[in-house]
Write a protein that binds this ligand. Structure first.
Ligand code: CP3
Length: 347
């Protein structure tokens, strides 16, 4: 069995599996070359051959245990009919912003997203055919809450204010957006699995801005609905959740969503997660993370020490090596190679 799948079944591995969030991306010169060839970032996401190529690039350099589909969490907003573009130096722009109940009429029903997303399913097929036998293919989506923060703001925002404001002013209207995203996301992930994805990761990058009583409605419940629906259709496909920076809410997330694994941001002590988070989940929970991605920029002894410490701490439990967030464009590929070597060879 592929090592990542073995560990996600709850069986520890003496040498833990490793992959990295944003392992395909601008820190790799070959990514930048393909990205230029594609034109826009969205063109890259919607060109199956090129998207498959950039998915495979990091595997040629590094001995990773997983490939992660190359796409973006905002494709679902695009498929629902909001206009999405990525502006150089500014990040994503989504227009018009969706911030009142009436705005929902601009969007398509959740069942009508697949025509636009068909190239993504084709990318999954191409990658699954091309990856080496020991490498697992991860499909993904953004969690409804995080995608909603971009849809409401019309782009990235430092405080997710537009979604938070709508959520308090009109919980029912905002809830309708969350429910639409939940249904669309689960159908999107279902198609990724049908095309060959073996593991699913749900990115909830902005889960940490929600107070506990809203966390349940906008993070825990949508995640649980997606995990349950996929579990009925695909009982052997594990889901990893990533409620980034959610502090003590990690406990309710682990206890109530039914995810097989939880990805940890850099602030969560592995020793704490190993005891308390696993206990909250009833004893069965796989942990992933949580190297500071800055160490992939700076490297040196500090990187090696941190990696050795993580692996030591997680000996004997099902654990996946990863960073606490995505690799940044200024990371040095040499440092990624060192990370893999320290994990594999224990140097
Ligand atoms: O991990 C992988 O290698 C798979 C591909 C992947 C991308 N984005 C490619 C990408 C994944 C899993 C994502 C997830 C994603 N996208 C998240 C959640 C994870 C996280 O980082 O918190 C979020 C919030 C997004 C939204 C997004 N996409 C933003 C805000 C931006 C702009 C940021 C920037 O630096 O310009 C993107 C663009 C993006 N997605 C890039 C890549 C490689 C860079 C775009 C480029 O090549 O110009």
């Amino acid at each position: 069995m592929k090592k990542l799948l073995q560990v996600l079944c709850g069986e520890p591995s003496e040498i833990p599996p490793i992959w990295l969030m944003r392992q395909a991306g601008r820190y790799l010169p070959e990514y930048r070359a393909t990205r230029t060839k594609a034109g826009s970032f969205l063109d890259l996401c919607y060109s199956p051959e090129l998207a498959a190529e950039v998915t495979l690039q990091p595997l040629r350099r590094f001995d990773f245990d997983a490939a992660i589909l190359f796409a973006d969490i905002l494709l679902i907003a695009d498929a629902l009919g909001q206009e999405v573009s990525f502006v150089e130096g500014k990040g994503p722009v989504l227009s018009p912003p969706i911030r009142r109940r009436e705005d929902l009429t601009c969007l398509r029903p959740s069942g009508e997203i697949h025509e636009r997303l068909a190239p993504v399913y084709e990318t999954v097929r191409l990658v699954r055919e091309a990856i080496p036998g020991h490498v697992a293919l991860i499909g993904f989506a953004g969690a409804p809450w995080t995608v909603a923060t971009y849809m409401a703001a019309g782009g990235g925002s430092s405080d997710q204010a537009a979604a938070r404001e709508w959520m308090y002013r009109d919980p029912e209207g905002f809830g309708a957006l969350i429910d639409l995203l939940t249904e669309a996301t689960l159908e999107y992930l279902d198609r990724q699995i049908a095309a060959g994805a073996e593991v699913i990761k749900i990115f909830d990058t902005w889960a940490g801005v929600l107070p506990a009583e809203r966390f349940d409605r906008y993070v825990t419940q949508p995640t649980r609905r997606i995990v349950e629906a996929l579990g009925e259709r695909w009982p052997d496909v594990p889901v990893i959740g990533f409620p980034r920076c959610s502090g003590a809410n990690y406990l309710t997330f682990a206890a109530e969503t039914g995810v097989a694994g939880v990805a940890l941001d850099t602030s969560v002590p592995l020793s704490w997660a190993r005891t308390h988070l696993v206990e909250a989940a009833g004893g069965r929970l796989v942990l992933q993370g949580n190297l500071d991605p800055m160490l992939l920029v700076t490297g040196g002894e500090a990187l090696k020490e941190a990696v050795r410490g993580m692996v030591r701490e997680m000996t004997g439990v099902p654990y996946i090596v990863n960073a606490g967030h995505g690799i940044t464009p200024d990371a040095d590929p040499e440092n990624v190679a060192t990370l893999v070597r320290v994990v594999r060879e224990g140097i």
